[in-house]
Structures are given as structure tokens and as C-alpha cells.
Design a protein around this ligand. Structure first.
Ligand code: NAD
Length: 310
């Protein structure tokens, strides 16, 4: 299967690396010049749990894409998805399956502008990755991913893609209820990502504050109210426990969430509109308000402005 990874930052590099090592025909696509040129010159350099490796792997700028692929895996940041798909139209043939594994909610609306719904797969991953610099991926820990077809009747294609990713060691499964896990993970991100960036603290520090239980309970209930409108009934006590389980130093309490890394550490615009912002917008569409998510979104945008994020 001819595979393209659209967005070859930290996570795209992980998937590209693992697929290449598994013998797949994989091409990276990315707009970041320093990263593309570093990979062309030195291959993709990988620190995999302390083991150094490098692979030769083709990488294209989006505007260089001329051929279609059997599978396109999207790993841009949420803000970059529309531009990526607009710029790689030749990659998207009549039968190209497009798998979107970005964090957050609402990516269907973007993907469906470019891809027929029957070719579109959605998913959710708990793999992690970082970049140590252009061309240098840092892969650590283990993870998994789940995916499903958007249009009923296309389960076999989704299962085929899950199997292919699984064979590359990505612990991939077909999950007929993947929207539940997407909402559950988005709720976790909605509780901690924006707040840790605003407070400039790691997960454990936020979790140890007296206000954390209130914020978590209210944010989870807002995610649950929107999810319910879409027929997804979140188990709120379980989601609250899931959020609270990450605060311990034995878990990932020392870790700064990605939104903190993007905004505070790197001065980049954030995915907040696709996490708390998506809930605030959807709530209004469904005729109610999600005030905690609204406020977190507004404050993160204020902080983006104050820090001159780009
Ligand atoms: P990333 O920031 O590493 O890469 C996204 C894009 O930004 C790529 O095109 C990359 O080349 C570009 N980029 C990265 N650093 C840059 C820089 N300094 N200057 C210019 N461009 C730069 O994003 P990611 O962490 O791979 O995340 C992709 C998606 O996966 C997001 O939706 C994220 O929330 C989700 N996700 C990430 C992780 C993780 O551990 N990183 C885990 C699960 C889901």
C-alpha cells in the first residue's frame, strides 16, 4: 500500500518511522523547510527509548505532491489541517483513504471538504512523540490507536488500515465506537491543556490545587453535555478519574501538556479552538452554553496574543 503521512512533525515522524521499518512504501509530507531539508540530507534521525537510529525516507513539500496514495495519515496540528489538505489535492485520489488522528474535535468538517465521507477514517491515539530539532524525532513509551470508518458499510476498509498499522507495531485496532474514545481523550485535554498553559505549570502542579477538582468536574460535564447531543454518553465519574490519574509523578504528573509546550515554550498558536473551543461552539449550536470551556478558550487566545504566538 502506498502511504503518505501528511504532517511529519513528532507524531508523523513516529508513524513514518515505524511504517518504514515495517517495510511499507511511505512518504512524508511537511511544509517546515528546516525539517524537510534535514531529513533529505541526513535521513530521519530517531531516538527511540534511548536507541539512536536513522532511516532514509522520502519527504516532499506539500506543493511537490503529484501522485495519489492509497492511504494518507493526517498528523498536522489542527490549525494546519485545512491548508495541508488544500495543498496535497493530487494525493487524494478517488479511492484514497484518509485517516485523521489529530487530537481534538471537529476535524470531520475540514476533511470532508476534500475527501468523500466513505473514504474518511477517524481515530484516536495515545502514542506520544517529540522533536529534538529539525529531522530529529524522539520516541518514547508505548501506546495504541483505535480507528473506524465514518460512513457505515466501510468497516472492511477501516479494518484493513488498522491491520496494516498494527503490523508496524502501532497497536492499532478497529473500534466501532471510536467517537467515545475521541471525546474521552478530548475531555482530558480540555481539563488540563489550556489550564496548564494559563497557569504555566505541569500536570501535577495543577492537579494539586484546591480548584482542580471543580474545574475538572465542570469541564467534563460540558464535554458530556455536547457529546450527549451527538448520541455519545460519556461516563463522567470514569472520565474524571481518568483525568485525576495522570497527576501523580508516577504517571505523567511531571509532564507539561502539548498546549503548554506549543504556547509557553515555543510561542506557537494552539489547538484550543479544537478542544475547549469546539465544545463552546457546539454548545451554542445545540442551544446552551459551556461557560468553563468558553472562558478557557478566551483566556488561551488572550495569552497567545500577549505572547505574540505564531
Ligand atoms: P508537531 O508540532 O510536532 O508537528 C505538527 C506540524 O508542525 C508539522 O508540520 C511540523 O513539521 C511542524 N512543526 C513542528 N515544530 C515546528 C517548528 N519549530 N517550526 C515550524 N514548524 C514546526 O505536532 P505533533 O506533536 O506531531 O502533533 C500532531 C497532532 O497529533 C496534533 O493534533 C497533536 O495534538 C496530536 N498528538 C500529539 C501527540 C504527541 O505526543 N506529540 C500525541 C497524541 C496526539
Amino acid at each position: 500500500m502506498k502511504i503518505a503521512i501528511a504532517g511529519a512533525g513528532a507524531m508523523g515522524s513516529r508513524f513514518g518511522y515505524q511504517l518504514k521499518k515495517a517495510g511499507q512504501d511511505v512518504t512524508l509530507i511537511d511544509p517546515w523547510t528546516d525539517h524537510v531539508e534535514a531529513i533529505r540530507e541526513h535521513g530521519l534521525q530517531v531516538d527511540y527509548d534511548g536507541q539512536l537510529d536513522s532511516v532514509e525516507i522520502p519527504i516532499l513539500y506539500p506543493q511537490e505532491v503529484t501522485e495519489s496514495y492509497d492511504l494518507v495519515v493526517c498528523f498536522t496540528k489542527a490549525l494546519g489541517l485545512d491548508a495541508m489538505l488544500a495543498n496535497i489535492k493530487p494525493a487524494l485520489g478517488e479511492h484514497t483513504r484518509v485517516l485523521c488522528l489529530l487530537n481534538g474535535l471537529g476535524h470531520e468538517k475540514t476533511v470532508e471538504k476534500y475527501v468523500p465521507a466513505e473514504n474518511f477514517l477517524i481515530g484516536n491515539t495515545i502514542w506520544t512523540a517529540g522533536l529534538d530539532g529539525p529531522g530529529k524525532a524522539h520516541l518514547y513509551g508505548s501506546g495504541s490507536l483505535a480507528l473506524q470508518n465514518v460512513v457505515p458499510g466501510h468497516e472492511e476498509q477501516a479494518k484493513e488500515v488498522a491491520e496494516l498499522l498494527d503490523q508496524a507495531g502501532l497497536n492499532a485496532t478497529f473500534d466501532p465506537n471510536v467517537r467515545y474514545s475521541i471525546y474521552r481523550k478530548a475531555a482530558l485535554n480540555g481539563c488540563v491543556n489550556g489550564v496548564c498553559a494559563l497557569l504555566d505549570c505541569n500536570l501535577g502542579s495543577f492537579g494539586s490545587t484546591d480548584s482542580a477538582p471543580v474545574i475538572i468536574r465542570e469541564v467534563v460535564s460540558e464535554f458530556a453535555a455536547v457529546a450527549a447531543q451527538e448520541g455519545i454518553i460519556l461516563d463522567q465519574p470514569e472520565v474524571v478519574s481518568y483525568v485525576e490519574s495522570i497527576f501523580s509523578p508516577d504517571s505523567i504528573g511531571e509532564h507539561f501538556p502539548s498546549l503548554h509546550q506549543d504556547l509557553v515554550q515555543k510561542g506557537r498558536l494552539t489547538e484550543i479552538d479544537f478542544i475547549n473551543g469546539a465544545i463552546a461552539r457546539q454548545a451554542v449550536e445545540y442551544g446552551f452554553r459551556a461557560p468553563y470551556c468558553e472562558l478557557i478558550t478566551l483566556l488561551v487566545h488572550s495569552k497567545e496574543q500577549i505572547l505574540g504566538a505564531k
